[in-house]
Design a protein around this ligand. Structure first.
Ligand SMILES: [Zn+2]
Length: 269
């Protein structure tokens, strides 16, 4: 068999993941002694500088700290100004009522991008910090993975499916990971799952699927901590380069800290 290189064959797709912006209802208010709006804008400025031709940006939830309509109005208008195709899944802090879903609430969204398909799941449950993916969504996911069997799949959801070895944050894990992995195990095209929620970078592998978490665009949580603790790492984002053959590479980038002193005294989240 001869492999032919076509001039039209794209080299791949660049996906940016941001997470846990925790935006307030007013852009001049602080969250944990940091202005989340300014920090988010700094991260976005860096993304625009480093990856101006990114094909899509996925926000993996906790878009809002104050889930008010005005918070959710500012985000899409800012993102439209960046020119990036942008998609978002809700987190535990978000409001299902006002969240800018790609299409409908509680529907699995599939966005085709050449040889790849991005799949958006909603793992947030009203009134709960931990996550759960409902039966209806799991059935839709199974169907989508069949329908897109010829494409490589990237899944995004808010909650972490695997333990972070951090007792307090692992109480708030995706509680039905085995239901998700039961569906994933039936398909061979899922390559990676992106999540937020844990405000830190991590990598896990299960059955050849990579599970990646990403820093928050504002405050970070201390890895492997039994109790709630903030970390002094800078805000960040993840870039994923998807190749046409189903391979990918990924890196986490961080900004310079805005303020050295964040309030590490707070005891709850
Ligand atoms: Zn968060």
């Amino acid at each position: 068999m001869t492999l032919k290189q076509s001039h039209d064959q794209p080299q791949g797709w660049t996906i940016i993941q941001i997470s846990d912006t925790h935006l307030m209802n007013q852009d001049d208010l602080e969250f944990v002694h940091m202005n989340p709006e300014q920090s988010f804008h700094r991260v976005m400025a860096q993304i625009q500088h480093e990856y101006p031709h990114a094909h899509a940006l996925i926000h993996t939830g906790d878009l809002a700290q104050v889930p008010a309509p005005e918070t959710y109005q500012r985000y899409p208008s800012f993102m439209q100004g960046t020119g990036f195709a942008h998609y978002q899944v809700p987190g535990n802090h978000d409001s299902e009522e006002f969240f800018p879903f790609h299409d409908q609430q509680n529907k699995v969204h599939a966005i085709s991008m050449g040889n790849w398909c991005l799949v958006l799941l909603n793992s947030a449950v009203k009134g709960k910090i931990d996550g759960w993916i409902g039966t209806e969504q799991l059935q839709q996911l199974d169907l989508i993975l069949n329908q897109h069997a010829e494409q490589h799949i990237l899944i995004a959801c808010h909650h972490h499916p695997f333990e972070m070895q951090s007792r307090w944050i692992d109480q708030h894990i995706l509680k039905n990971t085995e239901h998700l992995t039961d569906v994933l195990a039936k398909h061979s095209n899922v390559k990676l799952v992106l999540c937020g929620h844990v405000h830190q970078a991590s990598e896990n592998q299960w059955h050849g699927i990579h599970f990646l978490s990403t820093p928050s665009t504002c405050v970070q949580f201390k890895p492997h901590s039994d109790d709630f603790a903030l970390d002094d790492e800078a805000p960040g984002y993840r870039v994923v380069h998807l190749k046409a053959n189903g391979e990918f590479s990924t890196q986490v980038h961080r900004t310079q800290p805005i303020q050295k002193k964040i309030n590490i005294e707070i005891t709850g989240y």
